[in-house]
Ligand binder design. Structure first.
Ligand SMILES: *Cc1c(COP(=O)(O)O)cnc(C)c1O
Length: 250
């Protein structure tokens, strides 16, 4: 299952229709195997490294949310695609506080919240823009140092501290599983996130919108759905293998 995550490189709107429908079928199959409804799982397309002109083909095929891990790249695309005001932008990678002002201007979702200081900065910038932002607390369930996110034990405290920050709508938790082919290890990361959400609910009066588990990527989203994912973040399964600029391979 984790062996062939990437789809064929999509170069036309028809290719995107094909790849999207294949991913939706996999989501439905995984959901029903887990005794869940497929419409309880949202597909968040991850568009990092894909240029705006190619994105237009995917948008014509139905993509309406762009998941980006770098603020600068996302901001540039939001300007190039400004003629498409219905698009939603989801920042899924770690954010430096000095870039919070950009996120406050155009993003709708932020999946990598991991500190109160960052939350307070976002709140201030959103106030200035008179906007709000859906946020997900990122939890490090893999223990890998290269991955960001809070320890699971600290998620409830941050969730509680967010309550007065009225520009931030806490939607749920987010994680990235250990980078391995061992399914049991991957699944335990996803299970830990689900358990963490229950802990948060037990200890904190979370908003009623706190319903989401953002977990699973092209190579592991079926396992995530089996463990309760409600948002899967899929790039290569839609666009084909990612082509990084020459200098940044790997
Ligand atoms: C790149 C990325 C993904 C998607 O990875 P794919 O292998 O392209 O599906 C999901 N989540 C985050 C945080 C990412 O940076």
């Amino acid at each position: 299952m984790t062996s062939q995550p990437a789809a064929q490189f999509a170069a036309t709107t028809e290719d995107f229709i094909h790849n999207l429908s294949a991913v939706h079928s996999r989501i439905s199959a995984a959901a029903s195997a887990a005794g869940r409804q497929g419409d309880g799982v949202r597909l968040l397309p991850v568009t990092k490294t894909v240029p705006a002109e190619r994105l237009r083909l995917a948008i014509a095929a139905g993509v309406d949310t762009l998941g980006e891990n770098k603020v600068q790249e996302a901001l540039a695309k939001s300007e190039e695609l400004a003629d498409l005001p219905h698009l939603r932008y989801a920042i899924i990678g770690p954010l430096q506080r000095n870039k919070a002002k950009f996120v406050a201007r155009f993003a709708h979702e932020f999946h990598a919240l991991d500190s109160l200081r960052l939350a307070e900065t976002l709140q201030r910038q959103l106030d200035e823009q008179d906007r709000s932002l859906e946020v997900y607390i990122q939890v490090n369930t893999s223990g890998e140092e290269t991955k960001s996110g809070l320890a699971a034990a600290d998620a409830a405290e941050l969730a509680r501290d967010l309550a007065p920050l009225d520009r931030l709508v806490l939607r749920g938790l987010m994680t990235m599983a250990t980078n391995t082919t061992e399914e049991q290890v991957i699944r335990s990361c996803f299970r830990d996130l689900r358990d963490c959400a229950s802990q948060v609910r037990q200890h904190v009066a979370v908003p009623e919108q706190f319903t989401e588990l953002s977990m699973g990527m092209s190579g592991d989203f079926e396992l995530a759905i089996a463990e309760g994912a409600t948002v899967v973040r899929v790039g290569q399964g839609i666009f084909g293998a990612r082509q990084y600029p020459q200098r940044a391979v790997g």
